[in-house]
Design a binder for this molecule. Structure first.
Ligand SMILES: Nc1ccn([C@@H]2O[C@H](COP(=O)(O)OP(=O)(O)OP(=O)(O)O)[C@@H](O)[C@H]2O)c(=O)n1
Ligand SMILES: C[C@](O)(CO)[C@H](O)COP(=O)(O)O
Length: 242
């Protein structure tokens, strides 16, 4: 009798926030009383099916360990890599070797930069993607008209064509896959120098189609500094920015 599947959170938090700017990496920016990272971790802990959340930071990061010291369901791994995909793979390899996580277990990869994830969206993702062979991810249907552009010799950005949007969705996180399958897929992609900006695209290269589960606006990613204010407003924290 196979044991029941387990769900593990994996929070890639090893980025430097080039587009965000400033001295502090955006995952450590304050949103009210808590950092962006703490809110993203707490969002994953809200569903008690998530047995443990692994926060993956660079080897010289000392903040994460202080933030989560002694937390029974949070473990800091200082194995972040050059790109997000390297960070995720390094953590997965660590999990598979050290913590005996095997092919029945699910991993939910959630950006540290998405602090607004709701419990209802997390629950829907786990409920629905668990029944899908390839796992799945949160995403939002594109609402704007999309333009493919060219840059002219004098630096102007001009429209090349309008891209039909009716089957385009913007990927969010968490992205939930079987831990071993994701590790194998990312390994293969990195070996073939396939550029990965999310985890689902690695699974897609194996010829399987992850399930899309509708996400929500508050689960937007903090990329540029203005996004911190936007997320604060969406979360009702606008008066509490440092
Ligand atoms: N080598 C990397 C790069 C990114 N990330 C994480 O992946 C998530 C999404 O990445 P992004 O928003 O691009 O963050 P940064 O890489 O920090 O941003 P930038 O590209 O502007 O430097 C973030 O939680 C970031 O900390 C990571 O763990 N390891
Ligand atoms: C994983 C992701 O959040 C899905 O939209 C996005 O691809 C991350 O991109 P980034 O450039 O690493 O922020």
């Amino acid at each position: 009798m196979a044991r029941p599947a387990r769900y593990f959170g994996l929070i890639p938090a090893g980025g430097v926030g080039k587009r965000f700017g400033g001295d502090t990496p955006k995952q450590y920016a304050l949103l009210g009383e808590l950092t962006v990272l703490e809110r993203s971790v707490n969002a994953m802990l809200a569903d008690d099916r998530v047995v443990r959340v692994y926060v993956v930071v660079s080897k010289d990061d000392t903040q994460a360990e202080r933030l989560f010291e002694g937390h029974p369901r949070v473990q800091v791994l200082k194995v972040a890599g050059r790109e997000r995909a390297n960070t995720v793979l390094n953590a997965l390899q660590h999990l598979l070797e050290q913590f005996k996580i095997d092919d029945t277990d699910w991993v939910l990869v959630h950006d540290a930069a998405r602090p607004g994830l709701s419990l209802s969206a997390l629950k829907r993702l786990i409920d629905e993607a668990s029944t899908h062979v390839a796992g799945g991810l949160l995403a939002l249907p594109v609402a704007d008209t999309l333009k493919k552009v060219n840059r002219t010799e004098d630096g102007e950005v001009v429209v090349q064509q309008t891209v039909p949007r009716d089957s385009l969705w913007a990927a969010q996180t968490p992205q939930m896959f079987r831990a071993q399958a994701l590790a194998l897929a990312i390994t293969e992609c990195l070996y073939k120098d396939v550029q990965l900006t999310d985890d689902a695209s690695a699974i897609e290269t194996m010829g399987i189609s992850p399930l899309i589960v509708e996400g929500h606006l508050e689960n937007m990613k903090i990329t540029h500094s203005a996004d911190l204010h936007t997320v604060a407003t969406l979360l009702g924290l606008e008066g509490k920015l440092a």
